[in-house]
Design a protein around this ligand. Structure first.
Ligand code: ACO
Length: 492
């Protein structure tokens, strides 16, 4: 938050014992109806913490990268509407915008694209790294490891406090992610790795590394290339989402940027986050036909076995996710451009229509999010389902490294260390341990039995104490789950 943006407004907190505490309020540069109360001195001044699981009302940092308005359905990268960027600019322009604060001039564009291109190759030893994974390993499992492994190749140039190191790490990451993603895919299907090639766009290079083989060159399809490019832009950043917050928390310990991004990839993998695009297609396949939609929606509303409408709902957006609006537009563009038909598109469209007119979803402000149509687009292009979340990671790497750069570069390096509301047992005395058996059986006793059943008896007498103690631990943990402490009704 800039000094200019901060107005001196105060909020007052009255504690249960009557003490009062005054706190400064900040306002974002846009969306002025939200007051951000600075609680940083709450503990030191009045001995209090706040309780906010899931950080639903907590701003963890000040940032100038992306702005969201969840009520109005707005998403801006450095002030520009993301859908407009998709319509008019390439992903590498957006890389320049996020990393440097502005869209490139013509000369800057040429330099930037050349620089990315020059860094796309990975160290030849990386090929060996991919060989250790078992066949059919999920490409996300490989990506988590591959990103962390980048730090083993750049250990001399990833010092967080060195600006040049930070910039070279960012370029290396953005340039090498498509290469690593394609290598992860090739290794998961047992095909030889394809090197990046100069003269192709970022998206075309990625598609070529995915689909070319030593036997057959890949001829870029402009519909595919444009769709992948736009997919990457739409996923490039989304302010303090779970994976970006993970990257920031990891970075706050001064961990290297590649390890921080590996942490972000791990977080993204979950179906509640980046894994949702894969989960949407599974959901559509499970529904099977348009006739089954009503029953599925009933199951969602009844929360049957945790059934959720994947690709719907968002922590911030309480209206249509603007990225989903663009994704629907892109979906039509791709399907028309390829003259492609997918029976699941009809199921998705009908499901969306039914959900949007249903009281359950209306009451909870559940609308399609970016993942609702993205899987259908990727499948139309021929991207295998196992690579969907990798595609998300590929685009989002830009946001992760931009946030890491911002955090480190603006000195917001206070280690991320939340507090907790302890609900366990109160302090108690460690009980005296049960006495150990005096005679332990030696290996000779076991290996040279005198009778057939003697070894079993000796071993069981030696382990009896351990078993007793272990069942004691189990009982104790069950007990502690029952003893929820001073505030058993606190919602979690
Ligand atoms: N289907 C059915 N019900 C839902 C859904 C959904 N997709 N999402 C939320 N709800 C319901 C909840 O059950 C809850 O209902 P209740 O009040 O009766 O208990 C209410 O809406 C509020 O939901 P929360 O879980 O509190 O919302 P939260 O903000 O924590 O979760 C999330 C957001 C994780 C995205 C959630 O909406 C979800 O699981 N969606 C499906 C997965 C998905 O599409 N994830 C991608 C998100 S976008 C991204 O990461 C790129």
């Amino acid at each position: 938050m800039t000094e200019a943006a901060a107005k001196v407004e105060k909020a007052k907190l009255t504690l249960p014992d009557g003490r009062e505490h005054e706190m400064t309020c900040y306002r974002s540069t846009i969306g002025k109806d939200i007051c951000l109360i600075d609680i940083r001195d709450l503990y030191s001044k009045v001995n209090a913490f706040t309780y906010d699981p899931g950080f639903t009302c907590t701003a963890s940092c000040a940032s100038a990268i992306t702005y969201l308005d969840g009520d109005k359905g707005i998403c801006l990268y450095r002030g520009y509407a993301v859908a407009d960027l998709c319509r008019h600019y390439d992903y590498t322009d957006v890389c320049h915008l996020l990393l440097n604060g502005d869209l490139p001039t013509e000369a800057e564009r040429v330099d930037f694209v050349n620089m990315i291109e020059d860094h796309m190759m990975v160290h030849e030893r990386f090929k060996e790294f991919f060989k250790v994974f078992r066949m059919n390993a999920h490409p996300m499992a490989i990506m988590v490891s591959a990103s962390a492994a980048l730090s083993s190749f750049y250990s001399e140039s990833m010092e967080w406090s060195n600006e040049e190191h930070r910039e070279s790490s960012a370029i290396n990451l953005v340039a090498k992610m498509p290469t690593l993603a394609a290598m992860a895919y090739k290794s998961s299907i047992g095909e030889p790795i394809v090197y990046p090639r100069a003269g192709l766009s970022y998206a075309a290079n990625f598609l070529r590394m995915m689909f070319a083989t030593p036997m057959k060159e890949y001829v870029p399809n402009p519909v595919h290339v444009r769709a992948i490019d736009r997919f990457l832009t739409i996923h490039a950043d989304h302010e303090q989402n779970a994976s970006t917050s993970t990257v920031r928390i990891a970075g706050s310990s001064q961990a290297n940027p590649f390890a921080c991004v590996a942490a972000g990839i791990a977080c993204l993998w979950g179906p509640a986050h980046g894994g949702a695009n894969e989960a949407v297609l599974k959901m559509l396949a499970d529904i099977g036909t348009v006739e089954n939609i009503q029953q599925f929606v009933t199951d969602v509303k009844n929360k049957k076995d945790g059934v959720r409408l994947m690709g719907f709902g968002h922590r911030v957006y309480k209206t249509y996710d603007p990225r989903a609006v663009y994704m629907r537009e892109l979906c039509k563009e791709v399907f028309d451009g390829l003259e492609y038909y997918d029976p699941q598109l009809a199921i998705a469209q009908e499901l969306e229509k039914i959900a949007l007119s249903d009281e359950y979803f209306k009451k909870r402000n559940l609308y399609p999010n970016v993942d609702f149509y993205s899987g259908l687009i990727l499948r139309a292009i021929g991207i295998p389902t196992s690579m969907f979340t990798v595609m998300f990671a590929l685009g989002r790497s830009l946001g992760w490294i931009t946030h890491w750069m911002e955090m480190v570069g603006s000195g917001q390096m206070r280690i991320g260390r939340p507090r907790q509301l302890y609900q366990g047992v109160v302090e108690r005395t460690v009980p005296a341990p049960a006495p150990l058996p005096t005679a332990m059986p030696s290996s000779r006793d076991i290996s040279r039995p005198t009778t057939a059943d003697e070894p079993a008896r000796k071993v069981s007498s030696a382990t009896a104490g351990i078993t007793r103690r272990m069942s004691g631990i189990r009982l104790a943990s069950k007990k502690s789950a029952d003893m929820t402490g001073m505030h058993p009704t606190v919602p979690t």
